[in-house]
Design a protein around this ligand. Structure first.
Ligand code: ADP
Length: 508
């Protein structure tokens, strides 16, 4: 039986054959339609009849649902809403479309969109029944809900989001972008250059937008511009191109992360680091004072000896002395120059400066340093040894910083091996090798008591076991090594004593 056959209205009996045929075709269409067509009694919305689509949409057979009230199947949250609207549907406008949740036979709810129409007796105008056409709109509603959620996330994101038309006009900005750039909600259709500094806009025009157009996206640093604060905002910018189904460029979106705080923190960290380095050099300076006095004393004594020698010769035999003083004078000049060089090195060491890398021979550098530490070793009754292999690749490093690191490690080793004069001296020595990754590994080893704590603890700032220690040496050394792309580590030697090793990339 078909939906229009059941409860056939009396009027149909009086129809012409053409009208009957038309009705038959309509009934046929209703039977085939994927939309559900149903007839309801006006008071309780009972199903009088329904098209077969009900099975596909709600899971009920036609016979099961006929006689049930639609109110039983509405989602509880929608019933009240529907009842409130029902009078206006039936009695005022006669046609009404609404969207609501309806319970399927298996208990789950599906979203339907229904258009209802009242059928009245043409003679008495009495309300006879309600004709409803319903379709499943779950997918549309779910997509709309997902889009609304996404739009909310985007609107409240802390990133600065803008939509830009292909001809570079800003069509929409989220809250964070409006706040940061000092714009209002109704500030739209702005030219894109209002949002960026001239330099960044040039990069956008020449690189970012063409690349996004060709490859889908672009990422890079840029400067946006806040007119209200009259300042540039450093951002990490992501540009995306969006296309229509037929692959036409529809618009761009730009997502910018404000880097102001990060940039400030970086600058602060850099300044802090420079201050630490400076302080560290001053501290090591103090430790070096004895060594320095010794180093300067030697050339000065030598200069004095040469001068005394010349004086003596002049007093005894003036004639031959004039010929013989040429060589001592040369030595005086060279020795004075050497003293000057030592002072210059110390000045370099204490000066606050950015790392300046150069090609360095470790062999030369280590020889100079061991000379520098000789007096400290003597004072602590420690034997210093250089066990570097003869052939070592050069390293590309900041000379002053590398000296500072090695000096710290050597002085720590010397202090750890301190012994009273009458005992046989303990040893501090240097080793080096290269690994497969092309790095040079340099180690300072000693025969002292070994590490006083977990190796990682020693690298913490202000960790010290010395009464007059500052606990900064290892922390600074590790930072400096890491800035060179290497690593500094400590371990106990199996035979006793400590071993500090660091890596440096070898120069090609
Ligand atoms: P400081 O020398 O001012 O204490 P460091 O950061 O250079 O600061 O060293 C931290 C601590 O690490 C030292 O106090 C010491 O306890 C330990 N240490 C460093 N080198 C050695 C070593 N060669 N042997 C044993 N302990 C060491």
């Amino acid at each position: 039986m078909k939906i229009t056959d059941r409860h056939k209205p009396a009027s149909e009996i009086l129809m012409s054959p053409a009208e009957v045929e038309r009705n038959r075709l309509l009934a046929e269409m209703a039977e085939q339609s994927t939309d559900m067509i149903s007839r309801h009694s006006p008071d309780d919305w009972c199903f009088i009849d329904v098209s077969p689509a009900v099975t596909h949409l709600l899971g009920y057979s036609v016979d099961e649902i006929v006689g049930m009230s639609a109110y039983e199947l509405y989602h509880p949250d929608d019933v009240e809403n529907f009842k409130r609207r029902a009078p206006s549907v039936s009695y005022e406008r006669g046609l009404y479309t609404h969207t609501y949740r309806f319970r399927c036979k298996d208990g789950h709810y599906t979203w339907l969109e229904s258009t209802s129409r009242t059928i009245r007796d043409p003679h008495t105008d009495e309300l006879k029944e309600i004709l409803v056409v319903s379709r499943d709109v779950s997918q549309r509603i779910n997509t709309e809900q997902a889009n609304r959620r996404l739009a909310r996330v985007l609107e409240h994101s802390s990133d600065l989001v803008a939509f830009v038309t292909p001809d570079h006009r800003v069509s929409q900005l989220n809250e964070a972008a409006r706040d940061a750039l000092g714009l209002e909600v109704d500030d739209y259709d702005l030219p894109l250059n209002r949002l960026f500094t001239p330099d960044s806009y040039a990069v956008l025009q020449q690189q970012a937008l063409p690349q996004a157009r060709d490859r889908g996206s672009w990422r890079g640093e840029a400067q946006m511009f806040s007119r209200r604060q009259q300042r540039a905002i450093p951002v990490m910018l992501e540009v995306l191109a969006h296309r229509t189904l037929d692959n036409q460029l529809e618009y761009f979106s730009t997502v910018a992360r404000d880097m102001t705080v990060i940039k400030q923190a970086e600058a602060k960290q850099q300044q802090y680091q420079q201050e630490i380095d400076h302080a560290a050099r001053l501290i090591t300076m103090g430790e070096m004072a004895t060594g320095l006095a010794h180093e300067i004393n030697q050339p000065l004594t030598a200069v004095v000896n040469y001068v005394r020698g010349i004086q003596r010769r002049l007093q005894t035999d003036r004639e031959s002395a004039l010929e013989a003083i040429e060589q001592p004078l040369e030595k005086i000049a060279n020795t004075a120059l050497r003293a000057g060089e030592i002072v210059r090195q110390v000045m370099d060491f204490t000066r606050k400066s950015e790392p300046e890398r150069e090609l360095l021979s470790l062999t030369t550098l280590v020889n100079d340093l061991l000379g520098f530490c000789a007096s400290a070793a003597k004072k602590h009754h420690v034997q210093l040894e250089n066990n570097l292999p003869r052939a070592l690749p050069e390293v590309y490093a900041d000379r002053i910083q590398l000296e500072q690191i090695l000096l710290n490690l050597l002085l720590n080793g010397i202090e750890a091996c301190h012994r009273e004069g009458h005992q046989s001296p303990l040893k501090v020595w240097l080793e080096a090798s290269t690994d497969q990754a092309g790095q040079v590994i340099i180690s300072v080893l000693d025969q002292g008591p070994g590490l006083p704590a977990d190796p990682e603890q020693l690298f913490e700032q202000f960790f010290t076991t010395k009464a007059d220690g500052l606990g900064m040496g290892l922390a600074i050394s590790r930072t400096l090594i890491e800035r060179h792309g290497g690593q500094l580590q400590a371990e106990n030697r199996p035979a006793g004593g400590a071993k500090f090793s660091f890596t440096l990339p070898a120069a090609e």
